[in-house]
Design a binder for this molecule. Structure first.
Ligand SMILES: [Zn+2]
Length: 392
């Protein structure tokens, strides 16, 4: 028995997979958008199942509050504030050396989403906000690749495989999973034409989430992805699965006939989220973290694409920050993390360099550079601190 046959024996003996399904999995490329509670479960399952290439995009750092449910991260990751995408990549490399894992410490935006999605045969939504979900939906409909949707909050969860409409796009894109327009499902915008405003819906930040509930949603998403890739779209029923673990109720409803032919996205093919101006997202308040993230537009991705250049830029940033406080430099995969810690004792006297209670982290990697200012949600204050500390 070859290594591959023994490694995947238990899934290859399933009629749904077999040796042909395993071959398809090995040739597949999947984009996992977000690497939190859902993304850790999904990416681990896909890598263990032998998917050929798994691309993970997540901009967050591992925190203590993640460890309760985000299965791949450790206390050491939280202590060091390792970027989730890099921590996941390091762990996944130990699980299956046959899978190529690509990690990007970045947030999905209109200007980069298609780049990350361009060679994906399938996209898995492991996000926590509707705005970015809608952006992924645009990518999936535009390229006509399956989008696996999932959400978990409190004790409730739901998941579905979206097979976008638009048969004529098929030939141009040529992905690994094929289906006819008769089998297409509603897209996310058919189901939700108007996005909820921030704060309008319950989130894990506001009401919490049971770890295993998020794990169940991640497991359903991974299972749908594996089945679509191994079996093909015609064998997987198009259902929306919902459950309420509080009441122990599990239900599924068919997605057939639920498509809105007049949907702006999959009907009229208007990709509103992809056409958005990115500028508004250069500065973001990180909900629940009392922190503000600022993209450092002065450091372009091309400037730090080569490792030696990224090292040089990171050293320049660290050198500048050493005049203000204690600086720790770490490297995780392709990402450099520069951590400026305020002195524990009295604040620095000079008002021009005072850190107050703030802590600054700068991340530099192939996706460009970000600064995260902790201890405030005031974007203007964060901007002015970054301008003062980094001179950008
Ligand atoms: Zn639609």
């Amino acid at each position: 028995m070859t290594d591959m046959a023994s490694r995947y024996a238990r899934q290859m003996q399933l009629p749904q997979v077999g040796s042909e399904g395993q071959r398809r999995l090995g040739a597949a490329r999947v984009l996992v958008a977000g690497c939190g509670a859902l993304g850790t479960v999904v990416s681990e399952s896909l890598v263990r199942a032998g998917v050929g290439v798994v691309t993970i995009v997540d901009r967050d750092l591992v925190e203590w509050s993640n460890l309760q449910r985000q299965t791949m991260f450790t206390e050491q990751d939280a202590r060091r504030g390792v970027p989730k995408a890099e921590a996941a990549k390091a762990r996944l490399a130990q699980l299956n050396s046959g899978t190529v894992v690509r990690a990007f410490v970045d947030d999905l935006r209109a200007s980069n989403a298609l780049r990350y999605a361009q060679d994906a045969d399938l996209i898995v939504d492991c996000l926590d906000n509707f705005e970015t979900r809608a952006l992924l939906n645009d990518c999936a409909v535009l390229r006509r690749v399956p989008l696996i949707y999932g959400g978990a909050v409190g004790l409730e969860g739901m998941a579905a495989a979206i097979l976008p409409h638009g048969g004529e796009v098929r030939a141009a894109c040529g992905g690994a999973v094929a289906w006819s327009d008769e089998r297409s499902t509603p897209c996310l915008r058919c189901l939700m034409p108007v996005l909820p405003a921030p704060g309008e819906v319950a989130t894990c930040e506001t009401v919490g989430v049971l770890g295993p509930v998020a794990g169940m949603v991640g497991a359903i998403e991974a299972g749908l992805a594996i089945r679509l890739l191994a079996e093909g779209a015609h064998r997987v029923p198009s259902m929306l699965v919902r459950f309420d673990f509080g009441a122990m109720r599990f239900a599924s409803s068919s997605l057939h006939g639920a498509r809105d032919p007049d949907c702006a996205c999959c009907g009229r093919r208007r990709f509103e989220e992809l056409s958005r101006d990115d500028d508004a997202r250069e500065v973001r308040v990180l909900c629940g973290r009392n922190a503000v993230e600022i993209r450092l537009a002065g450091i372009s991705p091309s400037e730090v694409a080569a490792a030696a250049d990224a090292d040089r830029v990171a050293e320049r940033v660290a050198e500048r920050l050493r005049s203000i406080g204690s600086v720790e430099c770490q490297r995780h995969g392709d990402t450099r993390l520069i951590d400026l810690v305020p002195p524990d004792a009295a604040p620095v006297q000079s008002s021009s360099s005072s850190l107050g209670m703030h802590r600054l982290r700068v991340l530099i990697g192939p996706a460009g550079a970000f600064a995260v200012v902790e201890g405030t949600t005031d974007t203007e204050r964060a901007r002015s601190l970054v301008a003062r500390w980094l001179g950008v």
